[in-house]
Design a protein around this ligand. Structure first.
Ligand SMILES: Cc1cc2nc3c(=O)[nH]c(=O)nc-3n(C[C@H](O)[C@H](O)[C@H](O)COP(=O)(O)OP(=O)(O)OC[C@H]3O[C@@H](n4cnc5c(N)ncnc54)[C@H](O)[C@@H]3O)c2cc1C
Length: 502
């Protein structure tokens, strides 16, 4: 039979592709349900973008409320059974994370209980977040730069310690290139590079794809996003490999258009993009120094969306068919001398030690580098940008009127974030759509089984994490890490429950 013709180099009941958060949770759960598991990771280091996360992990107090909120916030793009499974997973999540955290004495804290679901939909008060506030003796991975925020790294440390305690084999620098089928469509293994050689790895029960998103696959981004370009930060290993592999064996794709993104900075002389300083959740009382204008110098958006890192990229993608190119890509952030002193405008995060960059608190180093341009007057700024000075002056006059009145009827920016822009010199810097992570990938059911375009599961193939994420419409802040846990638990247990094909 075709099933035996391969020269298998490695084997396990469950082969997990990707050593980020979802891959590790899936492997832990496969193991804990009686299966052997192994993890294949493309990069030299583990962690994917999980180690870059701000570390808010969403949980829910009440299944009914979570279902209510998720039903509205997913806009009819996700089935009821999957919504129910996700909601149940959100309620169960804190206890499970606490159980895993016993491995290293990690402290778990409850945060922003009142912050809830972010968007004003029914059921929004049924959420809260947890994060890992400390782990004795752990001060971060030397391959990740997330400033002072180690929450994501601590979360990953808990997972990694659990994998190590269970002695689950992990192979790094082992990119998986394709899935092996038995000729009848069952997935029986993968082709992976091991010590530089292409090798067949046997999966006796199942393969779980947990290879993350397509943040660094320019072709897929061009294909599925309307806005161009959309820059990325994070893990250059996230090139959507699992999406292509799943497509090749007949998977349906979903949520490919949807990414979790804001606006941020990309400079020609620096490989990695920079996210704007405000984190995921909007702080309505913290002043932010800038407004954003289009290529003509006109303001067009609320600079601080409810979930800052979620939908704020969307207004930049607006397309005006009367104008060649995108009128808001890049857009421009403008602030004044007082604003410059309000705190750094960018917050770098990267897994590249060589890209490590500490943005100056007063933004002056970046002015010196030429990333932020400084002008003595609004007229000088307009001339350098090629803008009509009357348009820019009118934009700033209107903004200062808004600042004086303390409310923004034009775009509903929260009052506490508004500061005037009237003290020279003036500063300008281009901003681009910047994705935090993608959500698209192979469609799956409530057991995390990858399905074909007719909704039929592809035998022995599962997905976990942001690869084919649950989120297809609006993001639930902290929800990707929840999904790492929820989908990893479900996929690992379901895969372990299968009978081996031999
Ligand atoms: C700056 C930042 C902040 C964030 N903050 C939060 C937050 O506070 N809360 C939240 O919920 N979410 C947050 N997110 C999103 C969240 O971190 C991710 O969605 C989640 O961690 C994805 O986990 P994953 O395991 O699916 O993917 P990853 O962690 O990216 O892991 C995927 C792994 O697969 C590997 N891989 C890729 N291709 C192959 C291949 N062919 N063969 C083998 N391996 C492969 C990759 O190298 C990678 O290691 C944040 C993301 C970023 C970038």
């Amino acid at each position: 039979m075709a099933k035996t013709k391969f020269d298998w180099t490695l084997e396990a009941d469950v082969v997990v592709v990707g050593g980020g958060g979802a891959g590790l949770v899936a492997a832990i759960n496969a193991h804990d349900h009686g299966a052997t598991a192994l993890i294949l990771e493309k990069m030299p280091t583990l962690g994917g973008i999980t180690i870059l996360a701000g570390g808010g992990i969403k949980a829910a107090t009440d299944v009914g409320k979570a279902i209510q909120y998720l039903t509205v916030s997913q806009g009819g793009r996700v089935g009821d059974k999957l919504i129910a499974t996700f909601a149940e997973g959100l309620v169960a999540l804190p206890d499970y994370v606490r159980e895993l955290a016993r491995i290293n004495g990690a402290e778990i804290s409850i945060r922003n209980e009142s912050h809830a679901g972010v968007y004003p939909f029914p059921g929004a008060d049924g959420f809260y977040s947890i994060s890992i506030s400390a782990i004795p003796g752990f001060s971060g991975y030397d391959w990740a730069y997330t400033g002072k925020n180690l929450n994501g790294q601590r979360f990953f440390k808990i997972l990694l310690d659990n994998v190590e305690r269970r002695e689950i084999p992990v192979h790094t620098q082992a990119p998986v290139s394709s899935l092996i089928t038995d000729g009848r469509g069952e997935i029986i293994g993968v082709w992976a590079e091991l010590s530089g050689e292409r090798r067949a790895v046997k999966a006796r029960k199942a393969v779980i794809l947990a290879s993350g998103g397509f943040e660094f696959n320019e072709k897929l981004k061009r294909e599925y996003f309307e806005a161009m370009p959309v820059y990325a930060m994070g893990n250059p290993g996230n090139t959507g490999d699992g999406i292509l592999m799943a497509q090749k064996v007949g998977a349906a794709l979903w949520h490919m258009w949807h990414y979790h993104g804001s606006y941020g900075f990309k400079f020609d002389d620096y490989d990695t993009a920079f996210r704007i300083a405000p984190g995921g959740a909007r702080n309505p009382d913290r002043p932010i120094s800038w407004i954003i204008v289009d290529k003509q110098g006109k303001r067009f958006m609320n600079e601080l969306h409810p979930a800052v890192q979620d939908t704020a990229a969307r207004p930049l993608g607006y397309y005006d068919p009367d104008i060649p190119g995108f009128p808001r890509i890049p857009a421009y952030l403008i602030f004044d001398e007082e604003g410059r002193k309000l705190g750094r405008i960018a917050s770098p995060v990267t897994v590249h030690p060589e890209h490590r960059y500490v943005w100056s608190e007063d933004n002056l180093a970046e002015v010196e580098r030429g990333w932020i341009r400084r002008f003595a007057t609004v007229e000088d700024l307009a001339a350098a940008q090629g803008w009509d000075p009357d348009v820019v002056s009118a934009t700033l006059a209107r903004w200062n009127e808004i600042a004086a009145s303390g409310s923004d009827p034009d775009f509903r920016r929260p009052a506490g974030t508004i500061v005037p822009i009237a003290t020279p010199p003036y500063y300008v810097v281009p901003v681009w759509p910047l994705l935090t992570n993608t959500q698209g990938g192979p469609e799956h059911d409530e057991q995390q089984r990858v399905v074909d375009p007719y909704g039929i599961p592809i035998p022995r193939l599962y997905a976990a994490g942001e690869l084919g994420s649950f989120f297809g419409h609006l993001y639930l802040l902290g929800g990707n890490l929840s999904e790492v846990v929820i989908s990893g638990r479900v996929a690992g247990a379901a895969a372990a429950a299968l009978e081996p094909w031999r």
